[in-house]
Design a protein around this ligand. Structure first.
Ligand code: GDP
Length: 137
């Protein structure tokens, strides 16, 4: 059993497709172990995406992530990290495989509907960033 962090980004929350995205997880063997809706501060968004701080798109990414509330959840299941990445599809929705969340709900490489941890190690850090142990079931 693995746990991974999912964020439904501001674009998808604004489009009112939170339930449709959560259904993709639940229908594909992932369980929601924790969940909340939060509006990130600029400091929080910068800290969360600190690995990208030297990339040219960092400011754009931070602006986008604070443009509205997000829905953050801990997903649990067998191979949860890879399974979530597979359900999300490629970072750029134009390259995302048909039937993936990004192919179906994302507009562009920055407004790309969802975030998912890319390794078990990062999943642990990202889960701890948002949730206390007592909030995860
Ligand atoms: P992910 O793991 O598939 O989310 O992709 P990355 O970790 O490479 O990038 C993190 C996030 O930064 C992506 O989900 C995008 O929202 C954003 N991003 C990545 N590449 C670009 C880019 O070239 N331009 C812009 N504006 N945003 C980008």
């Amino acid at each position: 059993m693995e746990q991974t962090l999912s964020i439904i980004k501001p674009d998808a929350v604004k489009k009112n497709v939170v339930g449709k995205i959560l259904d993709r997880f639940e229908s594909n063997g992932l369980r929601i172990a924790a969940m909340k809706k939060v509006w990130l501060s600029r400091a929080e968004a910068k800290a969360f995406y600190a690995v990208h701080k030297d990339r040219p798109f960092f400011d754009e990414l931070v602006d986008f992530m604070v443009s509205g509330p997000v829905v953050v959840s801990v997903l649990e299941g067998e191979n949860a990290v890879a399974k979530n990445r597979e359900l999300m599809g490629a970072t750029d929705p134009k390259e995302a495989a048909p039937g993936t969340i990004r192919a179906d709900f994302a507009e562009s490489i920055d407004a790309n509907a969802v975030h998912g941890s890319d390794s078990l190690e990062n999943a642990e850090k990202e889960i701890a960033f948002f949730f206390a142990k007592r909030e995860i079931f």
